[in-house]
Ligand binder design. Sequence first.
Ligand code: ATP
Ligand code: MG
Length: 468
Amino acid sequence: MFEKQLSHHIFKTVSEESGRLGYKTYVVGGYVRDIYLKRHSKDVDFVTVGSGIALASAVQKRLKGSHLSVFKNFGTAQIKTDEWEFEFVGARKESYDRSSRNPKVEDGSFEDDIHRRDFTINTLAISLTPENYGELIDIFGGLKDLHQGVIRTPLDPQITFSDDPLRMMRAARFATQLNFKIEDKTYQALIKESHRLAIISQERITDELNKIILAKQPSVGFKILFNTKLLHQFFPELVKLYGVEIREGKSHKDNFYHTLQVLDQTCEKTGDLWVRWAAILHDIAKPPTKRFVPGEGWTFHGHEDKGSRMVKPIFRRLKLPLGEDMRKVTNLVKLHLRPIALTKECITDSAVRRLIFDAGEDLEDLILLCKSDITTKNKAKEVRFLANLINVEQNIATVEERDRIRNWQPPIDGQEIMNLFGIGPSREIGEIKSALKEAILDGKITNKYDEALLFVLEKGKQLGLQKQ
Ligand code: ATP
Ligand code: MG
Protein backbone atom coordinates (compact mmCIF):
# COMPACT_ATOMS: atom_id res chain seq x y z
CA MET A 1 0.00 0.00 0.00
CA PHE A 2 1.05 3.61 -0.67
CA GLU A 3 4.25 2.45 -2.39
CA LYS A 4 4.36 5.43 -4.69
CA GLN A 5 3.38 7.96 -2.05
CA LEU A 6 5.96 6.63 0.42
CA SER A 7 8.64 6.33 -2.24
CA HIS A 8 10.74 9.18 -0.84
CA HIS A 9 13.54 7.45 1.06
CA ILE A 10 12.81 9.55 4.14
CA PHE A 11 9.88 7.27 5.05
CA LYS A 12 12.15 4.21 5.34
CA THR A 13 14.77 6.26 7.17
CA VAL A 14 12.18 7.52 9.66
CA SER A 15 11.00 3.97 10.16
CA GLU A 16 14.54 2.68 10.84
CA GLU A 17 15.55 5.54 13.14
CA SER A 18 12.28 5.18 15.07
CA GLY A 19 13.07 1.50 15.61
CA ARG A 20 16.55 2.38 16.84
CA LEU A 21 15.10 4.93 19.31
CA GLY A 22 12.34 2.55 20.39
CA TYR A 23 9.57 4.86 19.05
CA LYS A 24 6.46 4.22 16.99
CA THR A 25 5.99 6.79 14.26
CA TYR A 26 3.16 7.69 11.90
CA VAL A 27 2.54 9.92 8.90
CA VAL A 28 -0.57 11.92 9.80
CA GLY A 29 -2.99 14.60 8.69
CA GLY A 30 -2.95 16.54 5.45
CA TYR A 31 -0.41 14.41 3.58
CA VAL A 32 -2.42 11.22 4.08
CA ARG A 33 -5.68 12.97 3.20
CA ASP A 34 -4.13 14.40 0.05
CA ILE A 35 -2.97 10.97 -1.13
CA TYR A 36 -6.63 9.96 -1.44
CA LEU A 37 -7.57 13.26 -3.01
CA LYS A 38 -4.75 12.82 -5.54
CA ARG A 39 -3.36 16.19 -4.52
CA HIS A 40 0.41 16.16 -4.59
CA SER A 41 1.50 17.62 -1.33
CA LYS A 42 5.16 18.09 -0.38
CA ASP A 43 4.42 18.83 3.29
CA VAL A 44 4.59 15.79 5.52
CA ASP A 45 3.73 15.61 9.23
CA PHE A 46 5.19 12.85 11.37
CA VAL A 47 3.92 12.03 14.84
CA THR A 48 6.14 9.87 16.98
CA VAL A 49 5.46 8.37 20.38
CA GLY A 50 8.70 9.77 21.76
CA SER A 51 10.74 12.90 21.10
CA GLY A 52 10.04 14.53 17.74
CA ILE A 53 13.27 16.51 18.04
CA ALA A 54 15.45 13.45 18.72
CA LEU A 55 13.90 11.59 15.79
CA ALA A 56 14.26 14.53 13.40
CA SER A 57 17.92 15.01 14.36
CA ALA A 58 18.70 11.35 13.70
CA VAL A 59 16.86 11.37 10.36
CA GLN A 60 18.39 14.63 9.15
CA LYS A 61 21.93 13.24 9.56
CA ARG A 62 21.09 10.65 6.92
CA LEU A 63 19.36 13.01 4.50
CA LYS A 64 21.76 14.69 2.07
CA GLY A 65 21.13 18.34 1.23
CA SER A 66 18.63 18.82 4.04
CA HIS A 67 18.35 21.46 6.74
CA LEU A 68 17.15 20.99 10.32
CA SER A 69 15.31 23.59 12.42
CA VAL A 70 14.46 22.84 16.02
CA PHE A 71 11.68 24.61 17.94
CA LYS A 72 12.47 23.65 21.52
CA ASN A 73 9.58 25.61 23.03
CA PHE A 74 7.08 23.70 20.93
CA GLY A 75 8.91 20.37 21.07
CA THR A 76 8.89 20.21 17.27
CA ALA A 77 11.49 20.01 14.53
CA GLN A 78 11.46 20.52 10.81
CA ILE A 79 13.61 19.12 8.02
CA LYS A 80 13.63 21.01 4.75
CA THR A 81 14.97 19.97 1.38
CA ASP A 82 14.66 21.93 -1.87
CA GLU A 83 11.21 20.53 -2.47
CA TRP A 84 9.93 18.96 0.74
CA GLU A 85 9.05 20.01 4.28
CA PHE A 86 8.95 17.38 7.00
CA GLU A 87 7.53 18.22 10.44
CA PHE A 88 8.25 16.06 13.47
CA VAL A 89 6.34 16.19 16.71
CA GLY A 90 5.91 13.93 19.69
CA ALA A 91 2.38 12.54 20.21
CA ARG A 92 0.49 14.90 22.49
CA LYS A 93 -2.63 15.26 24.47
CA GLU A 94 -4.37 18.60 24.74
CA SER A 95 -6.76 19.79 27.39
CA TYR A 96 -8.60 23.05 27.14
CA ASP A 97 -9.67 25.45 29.78
CA ARG A 98 -12.40 27.85 28.63
CA SER A 99 -10.76 30.81 30.28
CA SER A 100 -7.52 30.43 28.34
CA ARG A 101 -6.80 30.48 24.63
CA ASN A 102 -3.95 28.04 24.87
CA PRO A 103 -4.47 24.40 25.65
CA LYS A 104 -2.50 22.54 28.25
CA VAL A 105 -0.27 20.22 26.22
CA GLU A 106 1.30 17.07 27.58
CA ASP A 107 2.86 13.92 26.15
CA GLY A 108 0.25 11.43 25.06
CA SER A 109 -0.38 8.26 23.13
CA PHE A 110 -0.88 8.01 19.38
CA GLU A 111 -4.65 7.78 20.02
CA ASP A 112 -4.59 10.93 22.16
CA ASP A 113 -2.89 12.74 19.32
CA ILE A 114 -5.43 11.61 16.75
CA HIS A 115 -8.31 12.61 19.05
CA ARG A 116 -7.23 16.25 19.19
CA ARG A 117 -7.41 16.71 15.40
CA ASP A 118 -9.97 18.92 13.76
CA PHE A 119 -11.80 16.86 11.13
CA THR A 120 -12.17 13.16 10.46
CA ILE A 121 -10.55 13.57 7.05
CA ASN A 122 -7.49 14.93 8.88
CA THR A 123 -7.27 12.04 11.36
CA LEU A 124 -5.98 9.46 8.89
CA ALA A 125 -2.54 8.08 9.64
CA ILE A 126 -0.09 5.65 8.03
CA SER A 127 2.06 3.51 10.29
CA LEU A 128 5.82 3.49 9.76
CA THR A 129 6.41 0.78 12.36
CA PRO A 130 8.10 -2.28 10.74
CA GLU A 131 5.36 -4.75 11.82
CA ASN A 132 2.66 -2.85 9.97
CA TYR A 133 4.64 -0.48 7.73
CA GLY A 134 2.33 1.30 5.28
CA GLU A 135 -0.91 0.33 7.02
CA LEU A 136 -3.71 2.92 7.12
CA ILE A 137 -5.07 3.70 10.57
CA ASP A 138 -8.54 5.17 10.42
CA ILE A 139 -10.04 5.55 13.90
CA PHE A 140 -12.88 7.94 13.04
CA GLY A 141 -14.06 6.79 9.62
CA GLY A 142 -12.12 9.51 7.87
CA LEU A 143 -11.81 7.49 4.67
CA LYS A 144 -15.56 7.17 4.32
CA ASP A 145 -15.99 10.92 4.86
CA LEU A 146 -13.29 11.57 2.26
CA HIS A 147 -15.12 9.40 -0.26
CA GLN A 148 -18.45 11.00 0.54
CA GLY A 149 -17.06 14.53 0.63
CA VAL A 150 -17.99 15.29 4.23
CA ILE A 151 -16.41 17.66 6.78
CA ARG A 152 -17.13 16.34 10.27
CA THR A 153 -15.36 16.72 13.62
CA PRO A 154 -14.17 13.49 15.25
CA LEU A 155 -15.53 14.48 18.68
CA ASP A 156 -18.45 16.68 19.76
CA PRO A 157 -18.34 19.59 17.29
CA GLN A 158 -19.42 22.24 19.75
CA ILE A 159 -16.61 21.37 22.15
CA THR A 160 -14.15 21.02 19.27
CA PHE A 161 -14.95 24.52 18.00
CA SER A 162 -15.15 26.15 21.38
CA ASP A 163 -11.74 24.68 22.32
CA ASP A 164 -10.06 26.10 19.24
CA PRO A 165 -12.36 28.44 17.28
CA LEU A 166 -9.90 28.68 14.37
CA ARG A 167 -11.20 25.24 13.41
CA MET A 168 -14.43 26.92 12.30
CA MET A 169 -12.51 28.91 9.68
CA ARG A 170 -10.73 25.70 8.71
CA ALA A 171 -14.10 23.96 8.24
CA ALA A 172 -15.19 26.65 5.79
CA ARG A 173 -11.77 26.55 4.12
CA PHE A 174 -11.72 22.77 3.58
CA ALA A 175 -15.34 22.78 2.41
CA THR A 176 -14.34 25.39 -0.21
CA GLN A 177 -11.01 23.92 -1.31
CA LEU A 178 -12.33 20.38 -1.57
CA ASN A 179 -15.92 21.24 -2.46
CA PHE A 180 -17.13 19.11 0.48
CA LYS A 181 -20.35 19.42 2.49
CA ILE A 182 -20.23 20.21 6.19
CA GLU A 183 -22.13 17.52 8.09
CA ASP A 184 -25.27 18.82 9.76
CA LYS A 185 -24.29 18.62 13.45
CA THR A 186 -20.93 20.14 12.65
CA TYR A 187 -22.67 22.93 10.72
CA GLN A 188 -25.09 23.64 13.59
CA ALA A 189 -22.10 23.91 15.93
CA LEU A 190 -20.54 26.51 13.61
CA ILE A 191 -23.65 28.63 14.05
CA LYS A 192 -23.67 28.19 17.82
CA GLU A 193 -19.97 28.84 18.36
CA SER A 194 -19.28 31.48 15.68
CA HIS A 195 -19.02 34.24 18.33
CA ARG A 196 -16.01 32.41 19.79
CA LEU A 197 -13.95 33.44 16.77
CA ALA A 198 -13.39 36.70 18.66
CA ILE A 199 -10.55 35.10 20.64
CA ILE A 200 -8.55 34.15 17.53
CA SER A 201 -5.87 36.47 16.19
CA GLN A 202 -6.75 38.27 12.99
CA GLU A 203 -3.60 37.00 11.26
CA ARG A 204 -4.73 33.39 11.60
CA ILE A 205 -8.28 34.19 10.51
CA THR A 206 -6.98 36.06 7.47
CA ASP A 207 -4.65 33.16 6.53
CA GLU A 208 -7.68 30.89 6.29
CA LEU A 209 -9.73 33.55 4.50
CA ASN A 210 -7.02 33.95 1.87
CA LYS A 211 -7.00 30.19 1.33
CA ILE A 212 -10.74 30.41 0.68
CA ILE A 213 -10.18 33.30 -1.73
CA LEU A 214 -7.51 31.33 -3.57
CA ALA A 215 -9.81 28.34 -4.07
CA LYS A 216 -11.53 27.66 -7.37
CA GLN A 217 -14.93 28.90 -6.24
CA PRO A 218 -14.58 31.12 -3.17
CA SER A 219 -18.31 31.91 -3.02
CA VAL A 220 -18.80 28.46 -1.44
CA GLY A 221 -16.73 29.54 1.57
CA PHE A 222 -18.18 33.04 1.80
CA LYS A 223 -21.72 31.64 1.89
CA ILE A 224 -20.76 29.31 4.74
CA LEU A 225 -19.08 32.18 6.61
CA PHE A 226 -22.12 34.39 6.08
CA ASN A 227 -24.80 31.83 6.95
CA THR A 228 -23.04 30.76 10.13
CA LYS A 229 -22.31 34.41 11.04
CA LEU A 230 -18.58 33.77 11.15
CA LEU A 231 -18.19 36.55 8.57
CA HIS A 232 -19.98 38.98 10.90
CA GLN A 233 -17.16 38.56 13.43
CA PHE A 234 -14.48 40.12 11.27
CA PHE A 235 -15.92 41.56 8.05
CA PRO A 236 -19.06 43.61 8.81
CA GLU A 237 -18.64 45.78 5.68
CA LEU A 238 -19.17 42.75 3.46
CA VAL A 239 -22.17 41.58 5.48
CA LYS A 240 -23.80 44.99 4.94
CA LEU A 241 -23.92 44.33 1.20
CA TYR A 242 -26.58 41.72 1.85
CA GLY A 243 -30.24 42.45 1.23
CA VAL A 244 -32.62 44.18 -1.11
CA GLU A 245 -34.77 47.20 -0.37
CA ILE A 246 -37.90 48.07 -2.30
CA ARG A 247 -39.45 51.55 -2.50
CA GLU A 248 -42.10 52.80 -4.89
CA GLY A 249 -41.90 49.38 -6.48
CA LYS A 250 -38.22 49.84 -7.29
CA SER A 251 -35.57 47.50 -5.96
CA HIS A 252 -31.82 47.16 -6.35
CA LYS A 253 -29.78 44.01 -6.70
CA ASP A 254 -28.49 42.12 -3.67
CA ASN A 255 -24.93 43.36 -3.63
CA PHE A 256 -23.65 40.54 -1.43
CA TYR A 257 -24.57 37.81 -3.91
CA HIS A 258 -23.57 40.06 -6.80
CA THR A 259 -20.12 40.47 -5.23
CA LEU A 260 -19.75 36.72 -4.75
CA GLN A 261 -20.63 36.12 -8.38
CA VAL A 262 -18.13 38.76 -9.50
CA LEU A 263 -15.52 37.10 -7.30
CA ASP A 264 -16.14 33.64 -8.78
CA GLN A 265 -16.06 35.06 -12.30
CA THR A 266 -12.79 36.84 -11.51
CA CYS A 267 -11.37 33.54 -10.24
CA GLU A 268 -12.15 31.89 -13.57
CA LYS A 269 -9.79 34.39 -15.19
CA THR A 270 -6.97 34.94 -12.69
CA GLY A 271 -5.23 33.27 -9.77
CA ASP A 272 -3.96 36.64 -8.48
CA LEU A 273 -5.02 37.02 -4.85
CA TRP A 274 -5.12 40.82 -5.06
CA VAL A 275 -7.28 41.06 -8.15
CA ARG A 276 -9.59 38.66 -6.31
CA TRP A 277 -9.53 41.03 -3.33
CA ALA A 278 -10.45 43.89 -5.66
CA ALA A 279 -13.48 41.86 -6.75
CA ILE A 280 -14.49 41.39 -3.10
CA LEU A 281 -14.16 45.11 -2.40
CA HIS A 282 -15.32 46.67 -5.68
CA ASP A 283 -18.81 47.55 -4.40
CA ILE A 284 -17.95 47.71 -0.70
CA ALA A 285 -19.15 51.32 -0.41
CA LYS A 286 -22.57 50.68 -1.90
CA PRO A 287 -24.32 50.55 1.49
CA PRO A 288 -22.90 53.87 2.75
CA THR A 289 -23.60 55.66 -0.57
CA LYS A 290 -27.06 54.24 -1.17
CA ARG A 291 -29.81 56.83 -1.86
CA PHE A 292 -33.36 56.63 -3.09
CA VAL A 293 -34.26 59.30 -5.62
CA PRO A 294 -38.06 59.57 -5.83
CA GLY A 295 -39.36 58.86 -9.28
CA GLU A 296 -35.98 57.54 -10.37
CA GLY A 297 -34.82 54.72 -8.11
CA TRP A 298 -31.72 53.67 -6.21
CA THR A 299 -28.34 55.28 -6.73
CA PHE A 300 -24.89 54.57 -5.33
CA HIS A 301 -23.12 57.70 -6.52
CA GLY A 302 -19.45 57.85 -5.65
CA HIS A 303 -19.28 54.30 -4.31
CA GLU A 304 -16.09 53.68 -6.30
CA ASP A 305 -14.31 56.64 -4.67
CA LYS A 306 -15.58 55.98 -1.19
CA GLY A 307 -14.87 52.27 -1.69
CA SER A 308 -11.28 52.97 -2.68
CA ARG A 309 -10.88 54.95 0.54
CA MET A 310 -12.26 52.03 2.56
CA VAL A 311 -9.58 49.65 1.29
CA LYS A 312 -6.82 50.79 3.63
CA PRO A 313 -8.76 50.65 6.90
CA ILE A 314 -10.11 47.23 5.96
CA PHE A 315 -6.65 45.96 4.99
CA ARG A 316 -5.21 47.33 8.20
CA ARG A 317 -7.85 45.68 10.36
CA LEU A 318 -7.59 42.36 8.53
CA LYS A 319 -3.79 42.49 8.85
CA LEU A 320 -3.31 42.34 5.10
CA PRO A 321 -0.12 43.90 3.73
CA LEU A 322 -0.27 47.67 3.20
CA GLY A 323 2.20 47.98 0.31
CA GLU A 324 2.06 47.65 -3.46
CA ASP A 325 -0.67 44.98 -3.36
CA MET A 326 -2.99 47.28 -1.47
CA ARG A 327 -2.22 50.12 -3.86
CA LYS A 328 -3.33 47.92 -6.73
CA VAL A 329 -6.56 46.89 -4.99
CA THR A 330 -7.30 50.54 -4.19
CA ASN A 331 -6.73 51.57 -7.79
CA LEU A 332 -8.90 48.79 -9.19
CA VAL A 333 -11.78 49.64 -6.83
CA LYS A 334 -11.48 53.33 -7.68
CA LEU A 335 -11.47 52.78 -11.44
CA HIS A 336 -13.90 49.90 -11.75
CA LEU A 337 -16.63 51.97 -13.42
CA ARG A 338 -14.38 53.82 -15.84
CA PRO A 339 -14.16 51.27 -18.69
CA ILE A 340 -17.95 50.90 -18.55
CA ALA A 341 -18.37 54.69 -18.67
CA LEU A 342 -16.32 54.59 -21.85
CA THR A 343 -18.83 52.28 -23.46
CA LYS A 344 -21.70 54.67 -22.81
CA GLU A 345 -20.51 57.94 -24.25
CA CYS A 346 -19.20 58.54 -27.68
CA ILE A 347 -15.64 57.53 -26.89
CA THR A 348 -13.08 60.28 -27.33
CA ASP A 349 -9.38 59.53 -27.57
CA SER A 350 -8.81 61.79 -24.62
CA ALA A 351 -11.07 59.71 -22.35
CA VAL A 352 -9.22 56.57 -23.43
CA ARG A 353 -5.83 58.22 -22.87
CA ARG A 354 -6.91 59.28 -19.41
CA LEU A 355 -7.94 55.77 -18.47
CA ILE A 356 -4.67 54.32 -19.73
CA PHE A 357 -2.77 56.93 -17.75
CA ASP A 358 -4.77 56.44 -14.54
CA ALA A 359 -4.83 52.62 -14.67
CA GLY A 360 -1.15 52.31 -15.61
CA GLU A 361 0.11 48.81 -15.04
CA ASP A 362 -3.28 47.72 -13.61
CA LEU A 363 -5.09 48.20 -16.92
CA GLU A 364 -5.39 44.52 -17.92
CA ASP A 365 -6.59 43.55 -14.45
CA LEU A 366 -9.08 46.41 -14.55
CA ILE A 367 -10.62 45.16 -17.79
CA LEU A 368 -10.66 41.64 -16.37
CA LEU A 369 -12.52 42.90 -13.30
CA CYS A 370 -15.02 44.80 -15.46
CA LYS A 371 -15.76 41.71 -17.52
CA SER A 372 -16.30 39.77 -14.30
CA ASP A 373 -18.60 42.52 -13.04
CA ILE A 374 -21.23 41.54 -15.63
CA THR A 375 -23.80 39.50 -13.71
CA THR A 376 -27.02 40.23 -15.57
CA LYS A 377 -29.28 37.23 -16.08
CA ASN A 378 -30.43 38.66 -19.40
CA LYS A 379 -28.34 36.87 -22.01
CA ALA A 380 -28.76 39.55 -24.68
CA LYS A 381 -27.58 42.22 -22.25
CA GLU A 382 -24.65 40.10 -21.15
CA VAL A 383 -23.49 39.69 -24.75
CA ARG A 384 -23.88 43.41 -25.40
CA PHE A 385 -21.97 44.48 -22.25
CA LEU A 386 -19.15 42.12 -23.06
CA ALA A 387 -18.98 43.32 -26.66
CA ASN A 388 -18.80 46.91 -25.37
CA LEU A 389 -15.85 46.06 -23.17
CA ILE A 390 -14.06 44.28 -25.99
CA ASN A 391 -14.61 47.40 -28.03
CA VAL A 392 -13.04 49.49 -25.25
CA GLU A 393 -10.10 47.10 -25.20
CA GLN A 394 -9.59 47.65 -28.92
CA ASN A 395 -9.77 51.41 -28.51
CA ILE A 396 -7.20 51.20 -25.74
CA ALA A 397 -4.90 49.13 -27.93
CA THR A 398 -5.14 51.66 -30.77
CA VAL A 399 -4.50 54.69 -28.58
CA GLU A 400 -1.67 52.92 -26.73
CA GLU A 401 0.02 51.96 -29.94
CA ARG A 402 -0.15 55.53 -31.17
CA ASP A 403 0.48 57.60 -28.04
CA ARG A 404 2.55 55.29 -25.81
CA ILE A 405 0.84 56.82 -22.83
CA ARG A 406 1.35 54.05 -20.31
CA ASN A 407 4.03 54.66 -17.64
CA TRP A 408 4.36 57.93 -19.43
CA GLN A 409 5.90 61.14 -18.11
CA PRO A 410 5.38 64.55 -19.77
CA PRO A 411 8.34 65.60 -21.96
CA ILE A 412 9.24 68.45 -19.57
CA ASP A 413 9.64 67.68 -15.88
CA GLY A 414 9.39 69.83 -12.75
CA GLN A 415 13.13 70.47 -12.55
CA GLU A 416 13.23 71.83 -16.07
CA ILE A 417 10.25 74.11 -15.42
CA MET A 418 11.99 75.46 -12.30
CA ASN A 419 15.15 76.13 -14.34
CA LEU A 420 13.16 77.86 -17.07
CA PHE A 421 11.69 80.40 -14.65
CA GLY A 422 14.55 80.44 -12.15
CA ILE A 423 12.40 79.61 -9.14
CA GLY A 424 12.32 76.74 -6.65
CA PRO A 425 9.56 74.27 -5.77
CA SER A 426 6.32 76.22 -5.44
CA ARG A 427 2.59 76.21 -6.06
CA GLU A 428 3.15 77.72 -9.53
CA ILE A 429 5.49 74.92 -10.61
CA GLY A 430 2.95 72.34 -9.45
CA GLU A 431 0.22 74.11 -11.36
CA ILE A 432 2.23 74.30 -14.59
CA LYS A 433 3.21 70.63 -14.29
CA SER A 434 -0.35 69.41 -13.90
CA ALA A 435 -1.68 71.79 -16.60
CA LEU A 436 0.91 70.33 -19.01
CA LYS A 437 -0.09 66.76 -18.16
CA GLU A 438 -3.79 67.57 -18.59
CA ALA A 439 -3.22 69.36 -21.90
CA ILE A 440 -1.42 66.35 -23.35
CA LEU A 441 -3.96 63.85 -22.01
CA ASP A 442 -6.77 65.99 -23.39
CA GLY A 443 -5.03 66.10 -26.75
CA LYS A 444 -4.81 69.91 -26.72
CA ILE A 445 -1.13 69.62 -27.51
CA THR A 446 0.84 66.59 -28.65
CA ASN A 447 3.29 64.65 -26.57
CA LYS A 448 6.32 66.43 -28.09
CA TYR A 449 9.03 68.60 -26.54
CA ASP A 450 8.63 71.73 -28.66
CA GLU A 451 4.90 71.99 -28.14
CA ALA A 452 5.28 71.29 -24.44
CA LEU A 453 7.88 74.06 -24.12
CA LEU A 454 5.62 76.64 -25.77
CA PHE A 455 2.77 75.56 -23.51
CA VAL A 456 4.87 75.82 -20.36
CA LEU A 457 6.15 79.30 -21.28
CA GLU A 458 2.64 80.53 -22.00
CA LYS A 459 1.29 79.07 -18.76
CA GLY A 460 4.17 80.64 -16.79
CA LYS A 461 3.44 83.99 -18.33
CA GLN A 462 -0.21 83.75 -17.23
CA LEU A 463 1.01 83.12 -13.69
CA GLY A 464 3.28 86.16 -13.80
CA LEU A 465 6.57 84.27 -14.16
CA GLN A 466 9.51 85.48 -16.23
CA LYS A 467 11.62 83.25 -18.42
CA GLN A 468 15.27 83.39 -17.25
P1 ATP B 1 -2.98 22.21 4.26
O1 ATP B 1 -1.56 22.04 4.69
O2 ATP B 1 -3.33 21.66 2.95
O3 ATP B 1 -3.46 23.59 4.44
P2 ATP B 1 -3.49 20.50 6.50
O4 ATP B 1 -4.67 19.66 6.88
O5 ATP B 1 -2.20 19.78 6.25
O6 ATP B 1 -3.90 21.34 5.24
P3 ATP B 1 -2.08 21.95 8.49
O7 ATP B 1 -2.39 23.28 9.07
O8 ATP B 1 -0.83 21.75 7.74
O9 ATP B 1 -3.35 21.58 7.58
O10 ATP B 1 -2.18 20.92 9.68
C1 ATP B 1 -1.74 19.57 9.63
C2 ATP B 1 -2.66 18.67 10.43
O11 ATP B 1 -2.70 19.10 11.79
C3 ATP B 1 -4.11 18.68 9.98
O12 ATP B 1 -4.34 17.77 8.94
C4 ATP B 1 -4.86 18.34 11.24
O13 ATP B 1 -4.82 16.95 11.48
C5 ATP B 1 -4.03 19.00 12.32
N1 ATP B 1 -4.48 20.35 12.66
C6 ATP B 1 -4.05 21.52 12.14
N2 ATP B 1 -4.64 22.57 12.71
C7 ATP B 1 -5.49 22.07 13.64
C8 ATP B 1 -6.38 22.65 14.59
N3 ATP B 1 -6.54 23.97 14.67
N4 ATP B 1 -7.06 21.81 15.39
C9 ATP B 1 -6.90 20.49 15.30
N5 ATP B 1 -6.09 19.89 14.45
C10 ATP B 1 -5.38 20.64 13.61
MG1 MG C 1 -0.21 20.73 5.87
